[in-house]
Design a protein around this ligand. Structure first.
Ligand code: C5P
Length: 226
């Protein structure tokens, strides 16, 4: 079996309040997206990395890594799940149903190559696959409006990170079945809707998703520490 990576990178990143999508902001001398792709290339396991790019994206052709022999481009979609599905379709002639696909957010540039191997080693013999995740240190509330309806049992709550690792055929089927469902905000949720139970593999707390302006400074700090 082969390993493929799919990187949804077609979001606009509204919460950053920046003049360009967050994946093109500078982080330690390169764009966030380049940092992310360099980490995936460093792992040295992927047959190819498919990056889903918005059709109106003027920045992608400008970055040197867009010409890398292992990197191919897919058209981004309306929602994250549409972009991932498009990435999967871009490798349909090369991938077989049993191959593993690791889906990783463009906006998570602090992923380490060793975390990629950790995830793969943990799941390679698993029937379904799974995701990197972190336990929650905060107490979590179920809220409607501004009223607390209850408190979740924190011992059962994990935060989903990426990469998320599933078999090509099953992931494609799950995302196709879930098309247009707003509850599907990651790959695991699409498999859950098919009645499957993906595994969690404990990830690293520095694998943050760049969302707000201050996250860039934090990511820079983490990259320097690693
Ligand atoms: O917006 P959010 O941070 O949840 O996005 C997660 C990832 O999904 C980002 O890397 C973003 O570029 C990507 N995305 C996408 N297509 C969309 C929306 C988000 O590829 N339509």
């Amino acid at each position: 079996t082969k390993f493929w990576a799919v990187v949804p990178a077609a979001g606009v990143g509204k919460r950053m309040n920046a003049d360009r999508p967050k994946q093109y902001l500078l982080l330690a001398g390169k764009t966030v997206l380049e940092q992310t792709l360099l980490r995936l290339l460093q792992a040295d396991v992927f047959s190819a990395i498919s990056v889903a790019i918005s059709e109106e994206d003027p920045y992608w052709p400008e970055i040197p890594i867009s010409c890398h022999e292992k990197i191919i481009t897919a058209a981004g979609g309306k929602e994250r799940a549409d972009s991932v599905l498009s990435g999967l379709k871009s490798i349909r002639d090369k991938a077989s149903d049993d191959d593993w696909v690791l889906v990783h957010d463009a906006a998570r540039p602090c992923l380490t190559a060793s975390d990629i191997h950790h995830l793969i080693n943990a799941l390679i013999d698993d029937e379904v696959g799974g995701i990197l995740a972190l336990s929650s240190h905060d107490t979590l509330k179920n809220v409607q409006g501004n009223s607390i309806l209850g408190t979740l049992d924190r011992s059962h709550i994990w935060r989903a990170l990426t990469p998320q690792m599933f078999r090509y055929g099953r992931l494609k089927k799950a995302l196709e079945a879930a098309e247009g469902n707003p509850a599907v905000t990651d790959e695991a949720s699409a498999l859950e809707l098919l009645g499957l139970q993906p595994k969690i593999v404990e990830g690293r707390p520095d694998n943050i998703k760049i969302t707000r302006p201050e996250d860039l400074a934090l990511a820079q700090f983490y990259l320097e520490q690693q």
